[in-house]
Write a protein that binds this ligand. Sequence first.
Ligand code: TXA
Ligand code: MG
Length: 324
Amino acid sequence: MGYNTKIGTDIELAATFLSENDIVAIPTETVYGLAANALNELAVSKVFAAKKRPLYNPLIVHIKGIDEIEKYALEVPDLAYKLFEAFAPGPLTVILPKKDIVPDITTAGKQNVALRIPNHPLSLALLELLDFPLAAPSANPFGYISPTCADHVYKQLGDKIPYILDGGPCQNGLESTVIGFKGTEPFLHRLGALGIDEIKKIIPNIQFETHDNTAPLSPGMLKQHYSPNTKLIISNEINKILSENFGKKIGIISLSKEYPIESQNLVILSQNADLNEAAQKLYAALHYMDALNLDLILTEPMPNIGIGMAMNDRLERAASKFNQ
Ligand code: TXA
Ligand code: MG
């Protein structure tokens, strides 16, 4: 589309673009978002177009504080408030019945709106300058790996947007945890940066929503998503795969282990096997590997605890298009 994309920290410039119904990439603590005025159909349609995102996939609406929830949500269960009070601003998204002020395109025709208060100083300051909330999906082409720094956004969507607000590398590095309600019954739509153990402090018996690819309630639950272009295999037997594929160009993403390959083809996510550090670096490792023109990317399954559960969820979806 031919924008001469600028990258910077000017929230007033970002606010000007957004007020003119243009789209701007914004930093959050999870991943970068591709933001537009959530209340304006034209602005939101540009987000879908730039991402090539199917119109059935609703967007998260980012607000500046808890006192804004009822501007956009019709009914708010007590538990929703408890969650926001415990974790906002932070990597939590809650799906609630929407008010008419939120246009159908933002929620993909659903009667529910997903609300989140992002925990990033630049984006919170930007929201303070605006008199509308920001609809923002992750700032990647549909199905590809989410961006965790301004450079990832620039490489993927560079000419399609006028401005990237650069807030540095994302602190958490995985998308927000999404919680919805069936009546007053809460359930988990999407694992994410807010660990299940944290949520259980508020909702001890939280239920998982199961995958359904035919009618995705929350298309972040689509089986194939978050994928690199290079074939990705998750395995506990990386050394065996290495010897079976001698001569191929192979990259490895490991939690903390060394492997006998060229050092530029190995990313160790955390020397101390710290899962939070590993989660923060995971998408950057996938972006890096995908740019190396390898035949194969190998990764270990992560310990299935805490944030490791969300990492495994993303890795499985990223690998799933290569499993058939
Ligand atoms: O951390 C995040 O959540 C990032 C940052 C930018 O805030 N955003 C993000 O957006 O990951 P996106 O569009 O990539 O994923 C949003 C997820 C999708 O699975 C979408 O289907 C679901 O939330 N979602 C949004 N609105 C919904 C709604 N009204 N009902 C059900 N699911 C919804
Ligand atoms: Mg996304």
